[in-house]
Design a protein around this ligand. Structure first.
Ligand SMILES: C[S@@+](CC[C@H](N)C(=O)[O-])C[C@H]1O[C@@H](n2cnc3c(N)ncnc32)[C@H](O)[C@@H]1O
Length: 347
């Protein structure tokens, strides 16, 4: 499967090129890259440059995060296989590499936003909600109407009305708000909703590691913290449609729209057990592991896991045990399996 050891080939031209500092930062914001805030991502121009220089026939990213390699690989016409253990990140890889036309998304957004209009809170109400939340019984009633009573346990992280608005948008995506739309279109809007979560919770959106309710946030909350779930969602939809349009237009122009991007939500230690997608051949492995335990991805995404119902509390502890870079005790890997790729296998 893997044929050439580029990393230890000093004559390969990728080692003689490019002053990395010349790359314009704005370049990292193109395509669908900045859809979901994710610390420790690859800088996209680096990935683009390496793919262009190496010209692999296929690429595997065994710790794919939110798919920077996959997005760039499709743009370059290189088939990719992304392996990622975190279900929220895997979900984003899939959405970010599935092109959908601006026309379809704008028409779908019109239907969805019309269906949400009835529930939308006015500016005046948002102002009142800064200090006065809705009653518990009203939240329960509302959550029950959209089959989301399980979300009540998250009130430590959210205002009650915020949980209710979130659940209503989620419900509309799957039930009536997007009539006759494909699963891909629904997943697109769900991704927009997920990417607004850190902006509507009490957790400070800036720290990279966990879900801290920092002093900065408690001060904000005491001073009256206005949270408009619909406005945040709309903002994310606007950004995502622009980015997806840029990506789709680029892929169409380059003729790479049909380049396969496979995603597997599994432990990378099981890479060699994974059934290879038919016709897929890779001669490059390209990845970045979690950096010295600095970012606990599994911990950081807990709100997304619970709101999406991708994982419950047991699922999160199982994910924690398998995550590379965990800071507390878990599975001990006594013998690292050989991957058949020299730079990784050699001690
Ligand atoms: C530094 S991030 C990769 C970021 C990625 N290069 C990007 O640009 O989005 C490391 C990733 O490794 C994933 N990871 C940790 N343990 C894993 C495991 N056992 N199997 C697969 N992925 C794992 C984490 O969930 C995290 O998303």
């Amino acid at each position: 499967m893997i044929t050439r050891d580029y990393a230890s080939d000093p004559n390969h031209r990728m080692f003689h090129q490019a002053n990395l500092l010349k790359w314009n930062d704005g370049h990292g914001l193109r395509f669908t890259h900045d859809w979901f805030r994710f610390p420790g991502k690859f800088h996209p121009p680096l990935v683009e440059h390496i793919l262009r220089s190496v010209k692999p026939s296929g690429v595997i990213d065994p710790m794919a995060g939110v798919g920077t390699v996959a997005v760039e690989a499709k743009a370059a016409g290189v088939p990719s296989l992304s392996i990622e253990i975190d279900p929220v990140s895997s979900f984003f890889i899939g959405v970010k590499t599935t092109p959908i036309s601006r026309r379809t998304l704008e028409a779908a957004w019109k239907d969805l936003s019309d269906s949400l209009e009835y529930f939308r809170r006015t500016e005046k109400e948002i102002e009142i909600r800064k200090f006065r939340d809705i009653r518990v019984d009203l939240m329960r009633q509302g959550l029950s109407a959209v089959n989301a009573t399980d979300l009540e346990r998250l009130t430590y992280w959210f205002r009650r009305y915020v949980l209710l608005d979130y659940a209503r948008i989620d419900h509309a995506i799957w039930n009536g708000g997007l009539p006759h739309r494909s699963k891909d279109v629904r997943r697109f809007f769900l991704a927009c909703l997920f990417s607004s979560i850190r902006r509507i919770s009490f957790a400070d959106p800036s720290p990279v590691s966990g879900l801290e309710i920092t002093k900065h946030m408690t001060d904000n909350i005491e001073d009256g913290y206005a949270i408009d779930v619909f406005a945040q969602f709309k903002r994310r939809v606007g950004l995502a449609i622009r980015r997806m349009d840029e990506y789709t237009t680029y892929l169409n122009k380059k003729g790479t729209t049909d380049t396969p991007s496979y995603t597997a939500q599994v432990d990378c230690l099981d890479l060699m057990k994974l059934a290879q997608p038919s016709g897929f051949e890779a001669n490059l492995i390209f990845f970045s592991p979690p950096y010295c335990n600095a970012i606990e991805y599994w911990r950081r995404h807990r709100l997304e896991f619970f709101l999406s119902r991708f994982l419950d509390e047991h699922g999160v502890s199982a994910l924690h045990r398998k995550s590379v870079g965990r800071t507390t005790s878990g599975r001990v890997v006594k013998e690292i399996p050989k991957l058949g790729y020299l730079p990784i296998d050699s001690p």
